[in-house]
Design a protein around this ligand. Structure first.
Ligand code: SF4
Length: 330
């Protein structure tokens, strides 16, 4: 590991200033992704700004829903009574996301910002536009079994590896930020993520120096609590990143689907929502046949690579099964 300067932030504004004033600085929270990347010489921060002790850990009802601190641990978030009762999809996704030990360390903000698990990204002997812009993409001609089906570019075919974000996007979550200029703002979580295009070294739309302060879940997303499910398909059931995952949420009233959310993981550089598949469900009875049609639509525009075509039938079955489980047909 390379030498770096350590700065302990006194508050959020100090932390943002300490990163903003030093190009190549990084925030340090749980460290469950960043420290691994530093050990592998992929991340080379010249300054680590420790925010792990800042009071951004509360989980509480607010004016418009549930406010969840960015520095609350994943384990505490998943186990919180209000999350379990009102947003069980989030609990399921967090539990699916990592081992108990990692959930105890990882923070919510860090979880949202975790970096791809493309094996070439981790192998500094290979070209990777995400790690070293302009060097090429080893996965395009290499083994790309775990890579993207949607939204990839010639520059990068990596997937976003998280689970928590898929559930949060399905639940219409927003994040609150402290920008480098000291301004606070909120934005839909879905807008944090981006496709790789020609600049895959940019994982998200978050400006340099901006700090995620918290996550807000709207009250009306609690209407999904009775009919939601997170399904993750992976090589090892115990602990692995998704080949395909899906967060589904249905609001069913009078035997009819009133609102639907389908957000897939492991298939794109960002949580991949299929509004076309959702639309197919709204106003209809929740039946297995309808769910299979929605799954077909969700993968209609998939563009497989040399080794990941298997994800299309797998993903369709995952979507249909998750919907059936959410509707309690399965
Ligand atoms: Fe790097 Fe993206 Fe290519 Fe993987 S897919 S080698 S992360 S550029």
């Amino acid at each position: 590991m390379r030498p770096f300067e350590y700065v302990r932030a006194t508050d959020a504004a100090h932390g943002v200033a300490a990163v903003t004033q030093q190009p190549g600085a990084r925030f340090l929270a749980g460290g469950s992704n960043l420290i691994d990347l530093m050990k592998e010489d992929i991340e080379r921060p010249v300054r680590l700004v420790d925010i792990s002790h800042l009071p951004l850990t509360a989980i509480e009802r607010g004016d418009a829903g549930l406010a969840i601190g960015a520095l609350a641990r994943n384990a505490d978030t998943a186990n919180h009574p209000l999350v379990r009762e009102r947003y069980p999809l989030l609990t399921e996704a967090i539990v699916a996301g990592a081992s108990g030990q990692i959930r105890n360390m990882a923070t919510n903000g860090g979880n949202l910002l975790q970096r791809t698990r493309c094996p070439y990204f981790y192998d500094i002997a290979t070209p990777c536009n995400k790690r070293q812009p302009g060097s090429g993409c080893a996965a395009r001609q290499g083994l790309n079994r775990i890579h993207a089906l949607f939204g990839w570019s010639d520059a990068c075919v990596a997937t976003y590896p998280g689970d928590m974000a898929n559930a949060l996007v399905a639940l219409d979550a927003r994040i609150t930020l402290l920008d480098a200029d000291g301004a606070r703002r909120a934005m839909p979580l879905a807008e944090l993520y981006r496709l790789p295009d020609d600049t895959p070294h940019l994982d998200t739309t978050l400006p340099y120096g901006a700090l995620i302060l918290g996550i807000e879940l709207p009250d009306d997303a609690a209407a999904f609590a009775s009919h939601s499910h997170y399904l993750k398909v992976r090589d090892r059931a115990s602990y692995a990143f998704a080949m395909v995952s899906v967060a589904v949420a249905l609001e069913i009233d009078g035997g009819v689907v009133r609102r639907a959310r389908i957000v897939m993981g492991g298939v794109s550089h960002m949580p991949w929502r299929s509004t076309a598949a959702e639309t197919l469900l709204v106003g209809e009875a929740p039946t297995a046949a309808r769910f299979e049609q929605a799954a077909e639509v969700a993968f209609r525009h998939a563009r497989p690579l040399a080794h990941n075509e298997y994800k299309i039938p797998l993903g369709k079955r995952a979507v249909a099964r998750a919907l059936a489980q959410a509707a309690r047909l399965a």
